[in-house]
Design a protein around this ligand. Structure first.
Ligand SMILES: Nc1ncnc2c1ncn2[C@@H]1O[C@H](COP(=O)(O)OP(=O)(O)O)[C@@H](O)[C@H]1O
Ligand SMILES: N[C@@H](CCC(=O)OP(=O)(O)O)C(=O)O
Length: 786
């Protein structure tokens, strides 16, 4: 059929049209572009049309579909409906008629002797019922519809598909919704592989829709069926996964099992038809038409519903989300196979590239800044890179590399050294070694998580930090940066690739381009081990929603950081700390947002000096409700706990350390909070009372950072309460593995009446040699550890 259609089209179409199809087919298509689709074909499978209990049509969902189609139609879109269900609905009607018309004798005949319901007759009966329903439903929205029944001749006749195309053009021009179906009455009963069928019959409506989409040069084809989309295997198999995006240029491994209750084609056929449509220039979404109210509108709005089958623009470099995850997994294994010296040298290489290629990086960054003229001050600050920033990123990477190389001696457990280097590699590092019983040793060692996905906003400087941490810890990494930092991220990523390429595959650290890949990656249970959204709360929430509990998510959320000025604060320290916390980088999440002042300080020159110095540095001060009642200031802030991300700060009054602690725990975000005081007891109270990831005494909140903590770099700052809290460095990307080394031991040797061994559980000193989980060790008591 396809071959013949192409032949006919070649014969009758102008060259211009054929070229147009080829160039349309090569256009890469993303979900977001679907909102500009004008001509939309919506195909409804038989299982969408009819009820599961085989008792008539599914009126509720048909009404919802008609409502959505009408909305699109009334908003200027050209919608064509392709409806199946005539045979399935007709069968239900005919069963009833047959029962009424047959004699008692034939009703009692065994099944084998009864005549089957003739599908063509069923189609004739069902089609009339269907159309009557569509007519009355569309009429509710003031829309007329028309029936167009097609056979293979309409496409393959010598004069080509002109006849029906002209009809469709005319109907669409008159704002009538065409409702198409195969003309089953004029077609032989469907028999696949029959020559006759290839000539006159269209195998099914998936195929028909695809032919119509190509011939009418539709912008979008939607297949509504009774499953959520294309799965890797049978949808009810728990191991199967919904494929979010399918690029025909990179076919994926999919297995097909059966059809819907009443469907004709099956999913394999649907996918083949979709691929043909894509080759003809029309992207396709396969989605569930049996659930949800707004599936069609969601698809047209570009939401991640169902499976998008679309061209990736024939890019050799584009691979599916799943393939990206697989490549990162192999990359992680390759990294783990390297020595710590090798990984350290990759980090040094990357550090040098950041400095040597400064000009190239800053030029790419400038392109982003130029096209982000509408970005607010704080976001612009996050986006911009500088020679100093690149130098400190390079420094951080060298710090990370340095941490991979340490000496072990008897007086200091780990010391950096020039010679006699022994690896203290975090990959495989022993954390515990226990003699379980005679000859049976248990080792707990650190291993990388595997594949980590980080979604970050605005800040391109995250990229080398994240890549550095992944390289140091042997993790594969998938990165998705904000579109505003596209050029900077691409440039920095190419440098990471350059540093990596001689030792591990390029896919070890991959840059993900599109949002839909993210929504697909976030469903890849078992392929991605941790997702880290690094940005505002909206991003964190969106990532959590998209993964819907399938992947662990490490939330890096907002930073509503406080500084509390106790009554025993040293003014000179207070001034330095407050200004540094607020003004050194106001867009950072560790910047000061709320200043709490002890009430005893209100009428002192110290307070006046502090507020005027804030004003002098361009900071706008917003009074809290208590301050507003005590001083003649403008009206108070509407809400406490705001993250300004700019040169603004809330100032509020508290009467004691307890009140300060209470305030921070109520309005803070659990990020970083600081007390400025010379009173050791007040400091102790604050540090033990405040329940945040980082609590400081007499130090700027801006220290809350992986680099400044000596972690080399950070994945983000976790305000969650799991083991990775505060600035998350290498440790946050590791998990552990237990290794048990026995000599034929059984549990029965230790437990039960015939036991010969007993549990000793003696702690041994962990080995510092990587991969030495089997070495015999001395008991911990006998070894000195500083
Ligand atoms: N890999 C797969 N992914 C999704 N669905 C599949 C797959 N393999 C088989 N199917 C079956 O395909 C059916 C949908 O195809 P089909 O019967 O042609 O539906 P329709 O009547 O909507 O055209 C589903 O009900 C599902 O059971
Ligand atoms: N012309 C037939 C269509 C059969 C068909 O293709 O069904 P389906 O696979 O459910 O889309 C009918 O109306 O029943």
């Amino acid at each position: 059929m396809w071959r013949r259609l192409v032949q006919i089209r070649r014969k009758f179409s102008t060259k211009l049209v054929v070229d147009d199809v080829v160039s349309r087919a090569k256009r890469p298509m993303r979900r977001a572009q679907l909102s500009s689709a004008n001509r939309i074909i919506v195909k409804l499978g038989s299982a969408v049309i009819t009820r599961e209990d085989e008792c008539g049509l599914a009126l509720g969902r048909l009404a919802s579909i008609v409502e959505q189609v009408s909305w699109l139609h009334n908003n200027g879109k050209e919608v064509v409906l392709v409806t199946s269900g005539a045979v399935a609905f007709g069968k239900q009607r005919m069963k009833h008629e047959k029962l009424l018309s047959q004699s008692m004798r034939s009703a009692l005949l065994p099944n084998s002797e009864r005549r089957d319901l003739e599908p063509r007759a069923c189609a004739a009966a069902g089609q009339a019922g269907l159309m009557a329903l569509y007519e009355s439903m569309f009429a509710q929205y003031g829309i007329s519809c028309a029936q167009v029944l097609l056979t293979g001749y309409d496409f393959l006749a010598p004069e080509g598909p002109q006849n029906f195309l002209q009809t469709l053009d005319c109907l669409l021009g008159m704002k009538v919704v065409p409702i198409l179906n195969g003309n089953d009455v004029h077609s032989p009963p469907p028999q696949r592989n029959s020559d006759l069928q290839d000539v006159v019959s269209i195998p099914d409506n998936d195929c028909l829709s695809s032919l119509v989409a190509i011939s009418t040069r539709a912008d979008l084809l939607i297949f509504l069926s009774d499953v959520d989309g294309l799965f890797t295997g049978h949808p009810s198999d728990s191991k199967s996964r919904l494929i979010r995006t399918y690029y025909p240029e990179h076919p994926m491994q999919v297995s097909f099992w059966g059809k819907s209750r009443v469907g004709l084609g099956g999913m394999e056929n649907k996918l083949n038809s979709a691929v043909k449509a894509v080759e003809g220039g029309t992207p396709v979404v396969i989605a569930n038409g049996t659930k949800g109210e707004g599936t069609i509108l969601d698809i047209v709005r570009g939401r991640p519903v169902g499976t998008l089958v679309a061209s990736n623009g024939h890019s050799e470099l584009t691979v599916s989300a799943e393939q990206l995850a697989d490549q990162a997994r192999s990359g992680s294994r390759a990294l783990q196979g390297l020595s710590s010296e090798q990984r350290a040298s990759v980090l040094h290489h990357l550090a040098s590239l950041l400095v040597e290629r400064e000009e190239e990086i800053l030029a790419a960054n400038q392109r982003d800044l130029d096209s982000a003229s509408d970005l607010s001050g704080p976001l612009r600050a996050r986006l911009s890179l500088s020679p100093q920033r690149l130098a400190s990123l390079a420094d951080g990477l060298r710090q990370l590399a340095g941490q991979l190389l340490y000496l072990c001696d008897s007086s200091h457990y780990f010391l950096p050294t020039q010679k006699g280097v022994v690896s203290r590699d975090i990959v495989g590092e022993e954390v515990e070694r226990v003699l379980v019983g005679e000859g049976l040793e248990l080792v707990k060692r650190k291993v990388p998580l595997g594949v980590v996905l980080v979604v970050f906003e605005s800040r391109p400087d995250c990229l080398p930090q994240l890549a550095g941490l992944a390289i140091a810890t042997g993790n594969g990494l998938l990165l998705k940066g904000g579109s505003e930092a596209l050029h900077s991220n691409r440039c920095l990523h190419s440098l990471v690739q350059e540093a990596l390429q001689t030792v591990v595959p390029a896919g070890t650290v991959a840059l993900v381009d599109s949002r839909e890949e993210i929504s697909e990656l976030l469903t890849l249970e078992g392929k991605i081990d941790l997702a880290i959204p690094r940005g505002g709360q909206d991003l964190v929430r969106a990532v959590m929603e998209m993964s819907s509990g399938r992947l662990p998510v490490l939330g890096h959320t907002e930073g509503v950081c406080h500084v509390f000025l106790d009554q025993h604060a040293d003014l000179e320290k207070a001034l330095r700390i407050v200004l540094d916390s607020k003004c050194s980088y106001p867009a950072a999440c560790n910047a000061l947002e709320s200043l709490l002042v002890h009430s005893d300080l209100l009428d002192t020159p110290a307070f006046t000096a502090l507020t005027s110095s804030l004003k002098h540095n361009g900071v706008t001060v917003y009074p809290g409700p208590t301050l507003a009642t005590l001083l003649p200031v403008p009206s108070p802030v509407a809400t406490l706990g705001t993250e300004y991300g700019g040169l603004e700060v809330t100032v509020e009054v508290v009467r004691s350390v307890e009140e300060a602690v209470e305030h921070v725990n109520s309005y803070g975000s659990g990020h970083t909070d600081c007390i400025i005081t010379e009173d050791a007891e007040a400091a102790r109270q604050f540090l033990s009372g405040v329940d945040s990831a980082c609590v400081f005494h007499n130090a700027s909140t801006r220290f809350s950072d992986g680099y400044r903590f000596g972690l080399g770099a950070e994945v983000g700052i976790s305000t969650g309460r799991i083991h990775a809290r505060g600035p998350v460095g290498k440790e946050g990307l590791m998990t552990s593995q237990w290794v048990l080394q026995g000599q034929g031991h059984t549990v029965a040797d230790f437990e039960g009446p015939a036991s010969t061994h007993h549990y000793s559980h003696v702690s041994l000193k962990p080995s510092v040699d990587r991969g030495s989980a089997t070495n015999h060790r001395e008991p911990l008591e006998n070894t000195v550890m500083n």
